[in-house]
Design a protein around this ligand. Structure first.
Ligand SMILES: Cc1cc2nc3c(=O)[nH]c(=O)nc-3n(C[C@H](O)[C@H](O)[C@H](O)COP(=O)(O)OP(=O)(O)OC[C@H]3O[C@@H](n4cnc5c(N)ncnc54)[C@H](O)[C@@H]3O)c2cc1C
Length: 551
């Protein structure tokens, strides 16, 4: 890390570093925004949400910004710099809300000028002089000693093991080296959510979720595709097994997942059904001693290297049963290398009768997020023994719920992935701006660059604190709505932060030789997977807000 960027002479008003930030003003502004959101949700609850998708989508993002602003208020109580970051976040969040509502006041059940009472607060903390002066203030994470150690440990691993390899993996579309996988396994990163009794490191309580967030951010700072995202796969399968597996299945699979002896991929999405998971058609039909899988999955990331696939399939051919006709399987397969694979099963060799089985993986080339590789996987009579049906006979028809339990934590973890990418992009931009001289001055001395860097740091620190709060809520069995809001908000924020980081690099931001170009393309996927932004906003956040409003 380079030296913090040194600020110019302070300007009067909030730009004065010594002036206490107006947290009361921030709290009043947040209360105003919160009541606008509640009023809009109440109005939407009176009609058909799907007929008002545009407003519902904006409402969801407004609510997420308000929830983030509430996290900022708490953070702001921790110190003077924290308070200034909080005020900057709140002012920007309100400006965002204002543009979403502008011209649609009736739809939001409000009137032009609704923001009036907070106008002077917003002006003060969107003041360019304030933002320029804020540049270089990054804020403390306020992690206690245990979590600070978790952070330090994973940061060091990312710096020493992941970063030196990340560029090559991205530019050569190469495989993730076994040293990274083995290293993560040795550090316990693959068993963060696996209970201790099953060979993992989850002791129950806050530390499981917060530790996962902290570790995921640091690994994603090293690389999204070759670091942070590697630990999301065992997380999903192990949570699904904990939720629905038989005792025997837990004892068999969880220790192997925790140690990295068994690596997994997740096969849920299909070519015709992504957001609409309940409609999937890949079939698992009963046969002697097990199930025969036929169908096509897509976007199955890590499918070649994985030893098992967590597969969601339709076990009841009656499609009217929708999600109630789905079951979850742990599908064993050989480990593959390279960018495509074909595996076959010979029933006679396995002491069975019937047609040979086939599993073929076709790689999907992507803009970024490289290393694990994503595949379209076609199954033809692929045999899965009864023992691999999650939950045993009682698991038939319950697969949708088990996979949901698997993904429950995924939104929080994806937010942590976004944080790591943003932090990496911010640091790259900050360092480049300090060293790059244009028109006779380092670009960090220009007001516009300073304001950009300040806003990036504000977004990162506040959404990080938001993610810590959600982790604590989830540890208490709460926070699923907040996790969705956080995911939606922070993944969009990552697009803006990485975009500005590229921009600060000028032409070199577009050169592959600078990692910032990788951060930009990597960030783009975050709003697509683990709940596409629109689906998450409409079907989870807006729907819940409307339910709450009409309760
Ligand atoms: C790099 C990458 C890795 C992935 N890894 C995996 C993996 O390992 N395993 C796995 O199972 N899946 C994986 N996915 C798949 C991912 O989860 C899906 O892409 C995602 O769920 C969206 O589904 P879809 O692509 O079919 O988009 P669609 O469902 O076709 O949606 C297309 C667009 O329409 C919007 N939309 C959908 N419904 C509505 C609506 N009702 N109203 C308005 N807008 C709507 C969506 O938000 C989206 O913008 C991965 C995807 C990517 C890109």
């Amino acid at each position: 890390m380079s030296d913090p960027v040194s600020p110019p002479a302070p300007a009067p008003g909030p730009a004065d570093r010594d002036a206490p930030a107006d947290l009361d003003g921030a709290a009043a502004a947040v209360a105003l925004a919160s009541s606008m959101v509640t009023g809009a949700a109440r109005r939407l609850s009176e009609g058909d949400l799907d007929a008002e998708q545009v407003v519902a989508y904006d409402l969801a993002h407004c609510a997420a910004a308000v929830r983030g602003a509430e996290a900022a208020l708490q953070y702001g109580t921790l110190g003077a710099d924290e308070a200034r970051l909080a005020c900057a976040f709140v002012a920007d969040a309100l400006a965002d809300l204002a543009t979403r509502v502008l011209g649609r006041e009736a739809a939001f059940a409000t009137t032009p000028g609704w923001l009036g009472p907070a106008a002077s607060f917003v002006s003060a903390y969107r003041d360019p002089a304030f933002l320029a002066e804020l540049c270089g203030v990054e804020g403390d994470r306020h992690l206690d000693a245990d979590f600070a150690l978790v952070r330090e440990t994973f940061h060091r691993f990312a710096e020493e093991q992941i970063r030196p390899r990340a560029e090559h993996i991205h530019r050569a579309n190469a495989d993730i080296p076994e040293e990274i996988i083995g290293g993560l396994a040795d550090m316990g990163a693959l068993g963060l959510s696996i209970p201790e009794e099953y060979g993992g490191f989850a002791g129950g309580g806050e530390s499981d979720y917060l530790g996962m967030v902290v570790a995921t951010e640091e690994l994603s700072w090293g690389s999204l595709g070759a670091g942070g995202s590697l630990i999301t796969r065992p997380e999903i399968l192990s949570r699904a097994l904990v939720a629905g597996g038989t005792e025997e299945q837990k004892r068999l699979w969880l220790p192997q997942l925790a140690s990295g002896q068994v690596m997994n991929a997740v096969a849920v999405t299909e070519p015709d059904f992504g957001s609409d998971v309940a409609a999937i058609v890949t079939a698992a039909a009963r046969t002697d001693g097990g199930w025969l899988v036929n169908g096509v999955k897509t976007w199955c990331t890590f499918a070649a290297r994985a030893d098992v696939l967590m597969l969601l399939a339709r076990t009841d051919p009656d499609r009217a049963k929708a999600h109630r006709g789905l079951s979850l399987f742990v599908v064993e397969k050989p480990r593959g290398e390279g960018h495509g694979f074909v595996f076959t099963q010979e029933p006679a060799a396995e002491g069975r009768t019937g047609a040979p089985g086939r599993m073929e993986g076709r790689p999907i080339d992507t803009l970024g997020y490289r290393g694990m590789h994503s595949y379209e996987v076609a199954f033809e009579n692929w045999f899965v023994p009864d023992a691999n049906l999650v939950g045993g006979p009682a698991g038939v028809g319950r697969g949708f719920y088990f996979q949901m339990a698997g993904f429950e934590n995924g939104r929080l973890q994806t937010a942590a992935r976004a944080l790591g990418v943003m932090q990496a992009a911010y640091e790259a931009a900050r360092d480049y701006a300090t060293n790059r001289v244009v028109f006779g001055r380092a670009i960090v001395e220009y007001q516009l660059t300073r304001a950009k860097l300040a806003r990036m740091a504000v977004l990162i620190q506040v959404t990080r604190q938001f993610s810590y709060q959600v982790a604590r809520l989830m540890a208490k069995g709460e926070g699923t709505l907040e996790a969705s809001m956080l995911k939606a908000y922070v993944c969009r924020a990552a697009e803006w932060v990485t975009r500005e980081a590229v921009q600060i690099h000028g032409g070199m931001g577009y050169a592959e030789e600078f990692p910032v170009s990788r951060y930009f393309v990597d960030a783009r996927v975050l709003s697509i997977f683990e709940g596409a932004d629109e689906t998450l906003a409409l079907k989870v956040v807006a729907r819940r807000l409307v339910e709450q409003a009409s309760a």
